[in-house]
Design a protein around this ligand. Structure first.
Ligand code: CDP
Ligand code: CDP
Length: 218
């Protein structure tokens, strides 16, 4: 069984996908984490977001993996190193869309997550899961919320980790990233024709996950 959850930044995709996966005993696959891992390593190795032999060589030697530890926490690996925390850095958030727009990067990540999805029942979240990665998914959700609400959630999330960032800064960063993800030529952020649209601006985590679990049971 395959559940695909797509939508813009801060819509609640990963929170809801993790919860649903836990409830159903499915594997959660965070596709954005792999794009973040590519961007992190590229930034560390001064690889600019440009197609060419440099990018090809960089991607050739890059290995990516997702694992789940005994406590059920997901770990992200790049070239054998645990990058779970480093990929959440704001510097990565700001640059990731430039890398995820590149076709060879998309090819690498898509191949990897399709391999992972072939091994278990999965809940996968991202931008192009219902349209490109798992076009035959059993259920597709397009989860969104207003930019203001998504920015508020992200500010609260960062504050709970001890990072104080202004609402205006985060709202602008989220809007910029959404715009880049929507406008790119390959696998843009767009609702699949057969996806269920869900605006969670006025819904809590519990309400959203109960609604989706109801659709899955149906
Ligand atoms: O969690 P957050 O909404 O901040 O983003 P994410 O899911 O970690 O994804 C980070 C970035 O990876 C997105 O802004 C996209 O540029 C890219 N991405 C993508 O292009 N396709 C996907 N299936 C997932 C993420
Ligand atoms: O994965 P995505 O970027 O779509 O969002 P997320 O990281 O799952 O959610 C961003 C923040 O919003 C988290 O701190 C969630 O707990 C919170 N959230 C919320 O307050 N209400 C919801 N209905 C969904 C998420």
């Amino acid at each position: 069984m395959q559940i695909a959850i797509d939508g813009p930044a801060g819509a609640g995709k990963s929170t809801i996908a993790k919860k649903i996966a836990r409830d159903l005993g499915f594997v959660y696959i965070d596709s954005g984490a792999l794009y973040r891992a590519v961007a992190l390593l590229a930034l560390q190795e001064d690889q600019p977001p440009e197609e060419g032999p440099g990018l090809a060589a960089f991607l050739d030697q890059l290995t990516l993996d997702l694992t789940t530890d005994q406590a059920g926490q997901q770990q992200v690996w790049a070239n054998g190193e645990d990058v779970t925390e480093a990929i959440r850095d704001n510097a990565v958030s700001q640059r990731v869309s430039a890398y995820s727009a590149l076709p060879p990067v998309r090819q690498l990540v898509t191949d990897r997550i399709q391999d992972l999805a072939a091994q278990a029942d999965v809940v996968m979240d991202g931008r192009d899961i219902g349209t490109v990665v798992l076009p035959a998914a059993d259920l597709k959700i397009f989860l969104t919320a207003s930019v203001e609400e998504r920015a508020r959630r992200r500010v609260d999330q960062l504050a709970s980790q001890g990072d104080q960032v202004s609402f205006e800064t985060i709202a602008q960063e989220i809007a910029d990233r959404d715009e880049k993800d929507r406008q790119r030529a390959v696998a843009p952020l767009v609702q699949a024709a057969d996806a269920v649209y869900l605006d969670s601006s006025h819904m809590g985590i519990e309400e959203v996950s109960e609604y989706i679990l109801g659709l899955i049971r149906k």
